[in-house]
Design a protein around this ligand. Structure first.
Ligand SMILES: NC(=O)c1ccc[n+]([C@@H]2O[C@H](COP(=O)([O-])OP(=O)(O)OC[C@H]3O[C@@H](n4cnc5c(N)ncnc54)[C@H](OP(=O)(O)O)[C@@H]3O)[C@@H](O)[C@H]2O)c1
Length: 267
């Protein structure tokens, strides 16, 4: 029997991370999930402690995995959170903290596993982006900017590591019912001029999230990517993926109006 591929999934305590880790473990992969507060008891997959904001935490998580399994064949950078608030209402400190987790978190873990993948001339990295990286959500602007950065980083990394037989892909989910709404942070500043539009956009977004898909759909897509010997760069998932195509084909002004309309920005 061939040895199982070793998979590291960051942020596996809930949502996409948990659904993905559970599915891959059920399909015979040796899965390590992570959480900032992992449970004491082992569940369907092994859990490691990891805070992607900390270089030290990333180092000890990866060395603990290497001690147990010897290598990482597949890295799934999934950990992240949402930050709500107008761009002018959000402090640079709050925006930096968001980038530290949602963008540099993926960078830190990638850097910790890449040398092993290069030495073995084999590996796969899947970054969880978002449809918001291409179609910005008003009052979620830094979240969208960090996801755009994840997409751009992944495209470059794919070019740079392809000749080492390392594949890089991005999953771009639409709206899904996970814990992201409960875990979201809210910008500490509020400016009255934005209050009405922010509330209306927030209500529209809540409706999108409540009507969102099952995170298992994202897990199935990740399983498809992991099983594919030549995966593409981008994989959009969920019913909103049609808007990515629409953005390419309809005039920009028409697309912009439909976004303003959807989020009730003009009342
Ligand atoms: N839900 C959606 O509609 C949607 C759409 C597009 C993209 N996404 C993206 O999908 C990814 C997963 O989100 P989700 O929707 O599944 O949300 P979720 O249920 O809230 O899961 C987020 C996971 O990230 C982990 N996490 C948060 N901050 C972390 C940190 N500093 N270090 C390590 N782990 C951290 C959490 O683990 P602990 O709290 O246990 O540490 C948790 O397991 C995120 O990157 C999110 O931006 C979500």
């Amino acid at each position: 029997m061939p040895e199982s591929r070793v998979v590291l999934v960051t942020g596996a305590s809930s949502g996409f991370g948990r659904a993905t880790a559970t599915l891959l473990a059920a399909r015979g992969y040796r899965v390590f999930g992570t959480s900032r507060s992992p449970p004491d008891q082992r569940g369907e997959f092994e859990m490691l402690r990891l805070d992607v904001d900390s270089e030290e935490s990333v180092g000890s998580c990866v060395s603990s995995l290497l001690q147990r399994a010897g290598r990482v064949d597949v890295l799934i950078n999934n950990a992240g959170y949402a930050l709500t608030g107008g761009l002018e209402e959000t402090s640079v400190q709050e925006a930096k903290a968001l980038f530290d987790t949602n963008f540099f978190g993926a960078v830190r873990v990638t850097n910790a596993v890449l040398s092993g993948m290069r030495q073995r001339r084999s590996g796969q990295i899947i970054n969880v982006g978002s449809i918001a990286g291409t179609i910005s959500i008003p009052f979620e602007g830094y979240y969208a900017a960090a996801k755009a950065a994840v997409l751009s980083y992944s495209e470059t990394l794919r070019h740079e590591v392809k000749h080492f037989n390392i594949n890089v892909s991005v999953v771009e989910p639409g709206f899904f019912r996970t814990n992201i709404g409960n875990a979201r942070k809210v910008a500490s500043g509020t400016i009255e001029d934005y209050a009405e539009a922010r509330k209306r956009a927030g209500r529209a977004l809540l409706k999108d999230v409540d009507g969102g898909g099952d995170p298992k759909e994202v897990a199935e897509t990740i399983l498809d990517i992991v099983s594919n010997p030549s995966p593409r760069l981008r994989y959009a998932v969920g019913k909103e993926k049609r808007y990515l195509l629409l953005k390419k084909v309809v005039p920009a002004s028409m697309f912009e109006s439909s976004v303003r309309n959807h989020y009730k920005l003009d009342g």
